[in-house]
Design a binder for this molecule. Structure first.
Ligand code: G6P
Length: 474
């Protein structure tokens, strides 16, 4: 029985299985896992996650009770749930990633989607089952009065389900995404939107990465549920229960990141990159290939910058690392293709015998990403909308002189905007101009800004972030 439990769809590790049945473990990607992996392992928290792939399912079957750590892997306490693939697929791909993610990041092409019909009803049923499986597993593993930290949009129903099962527990929910304003959130069928809000309100504490997202959640509770909202004291009262609302802007463990970035695999990637680009200035971006990250507009802005500033031809390289994500969804496959198309156009237009203006990489390589951060002169982070964006925080920790071009729609803007060059993510010309300003920023100014960014990025490292929420649970 555990006294602190963490639940999320993606766990700290995932497995691939080779043709001869050999399992290989690797770290999971994305903001949630980057943020939480260190703390969960250190503090002996039991992490409950879903098996995402065939490799994960094979690992679960070899682990007693799904306890990966008890099957000889150095993961920290970890229970992986083997949810039937069809149920998992509908809950993760159709509901979480194609619906709730789209709603909270405002991603729909409204004249054509969404469409909620009978197919969605079945998908929603699977989402309920998937949330129920988590609630059951948490109820099984939680000691009396334990504190349970449920993470993200995959698990919005779990808090209320868990409370029904185990009223003795203290439950927190945390959203790593933005939250939609009521008029957009109410694209969801009324019962579905209501269930999501009521599910989260089953928690004692609902956490968000930025004040903006917390406000939007409270607005939804008020206008869709008629709940009583205290915006100043930050709480929502509904059907006699009060859920406290917290804003915890997850930061980075600067020390640990720096140590990792000094390891030999990163150093050798730095050498290789330097050989490839020479002493040219580097504009870096590192993202999942994700619709909300706005990679295509970022590339188009770089093209506009090159067109407007021939003096930079041959003197700058854009390193764009866009590692694969959610490739079961056709929108993501198409998006990856448009990123590649756009990169090719830039190459065709500007590349010369001895200058590659753009290096696009679409495979995952963590040491190479860390090497790119260390070498960056400019870091471009221009999402359409983002819960936080840890890239914006990691870059200034690893690069001594990088200037940050940051979208005003990223949660990180709340803390970083005074020291970053802020952009409207839809304004390509504005982004192109910001890239130029970032490149020509005087040395003393870039170092001053970078130091401030570093301080803001490390203000609430994951251990303090978790501790603050555990405190909030009492
Ligand atoms: C975001 C979400 C996380 C998710 C991550 C990667 O950071 O908030 O919950 O794990 O993206 O996405 P994936 O679908 O690959 O888990």
């Amino acid at each position: 029985m555990n006294s602190i439990l963490l639940a999320s769809n993606r766990g700290p590790v995932s497995f691939t299985v080779s043709d001869d049945g050999e399992l290989t473990m690797r770290r999971g990607g994305g903001g949630l896992v980057s943020g939480l992996s260190g703390v969960a392992k250190d503090d002996g928290v039991l992490w409950v996650c879903a098996a995402l792939s065939d490799g994960d399912r094979s690992a679960v079957r070899l682990a007693p009770g799904g306890r990966i750590d008890q099957a000889g892997y150095d993961t920290g306490p970890l229970r992986m749930l083997d949810i039937p693939p069809a149920t998992f697929h509908r809950a993760y791909n159709a509901v979480a990633n194609s619906t709730l993610w789209f709603v909270n990041h405002l991603l729909y092409d409204i004249p054509n989607s969404p469409n909620f019909g009978t197919r969605f009803e079945r998908e929603w049923e699977s989402y309920r089952d998937y949330n129920g499986t988590f609630a059951l597993a948490l109820a099984e593993n939680a000691g009396h009065g334990a504190r349970v930290m449920v993470q993200d949009y995959h698990l919005t129903l779990t808090p209320a389900m868990l409370r029904a099962e185990r009223p003795d527990l203290r439950v927190a929910h945390f959203s790593h995404t933005p939250w939609a304003p009521p008029e957009y959130f109410s694209l969801l069928p009324d019962e579905v939107g209501g269930e999501v809000l009521e599910g989260i309100l089953g928690a004692d504490h609902a956490g968000f990465l930025a004040g903006r997202w917390a406000q939007a959640f409270m607005d939804c509770c008020e206008s869709l549920l008629g709940a009583e909202v205290d915006r100043v004291g930050r709480s929502v009262t509904y059907e006699g229960r009060t859920t406290r609302i917290g804003v915890h802007s997850l930061g980075v463990d600067g020390e640990a990141l720096w140590q990792r970035a000094c390891e030999p695999d990163v150093e050798s990637n730095m050498t290789a990159l330097r050989e490839q680009v020479g002493d040219r200035r580097l504009i870096v971006r590192i993202d999942r290939t994700e619709l909300s990250k706005n990679i295509v507009r970022g590339l188009v802005a770089y093209r506009e910058f090159l067109a407007a500033h021939p003096e930079w031809h041959g003197r700058v390289v854009h390193l764009a690392f866009a590692y694969p994500s959610r490739h079961d969804l056709p929108e993501y496959r198409e998006y990856t293709a448009s990123v590649q198309r756009c990169a090719k156009e830039i190459e065709d237009e500007y590349a010369t015998e001895d200058w590659d203006p753009l290096i696009l990489n679409v495979n995952d390589d963590y040491p190479r990403s860390l090497a790119a951060y260390r070498l960056a002169d400019v870091l471009l982070v221009n999402p359409i909308r983002d819960g936080m964006n840890l890239v914006a925080k990691e870059g200034p920790i690893l690069s001594p002189r990088c200037a940050l071009v940051l979208s005003r729609e990223a949660g990180a803007a709340a803390e970083l905007s005074p020291y970053a060059l802020m952009v409207n993510p839809y304004d390509i010309s504005g982004t192109a101009a910001a890239l130029h300003d970032a490149l020509v920023m005087p040395e003393d100014e870039r170092r001053m800004r970078r130091d401030k960014l570093h301080a803001a990025a490390t203000a609430l490292p994951p251990d303090k972030w978790l501790a603050a929420q555990l405190d909030a649970l009492g």
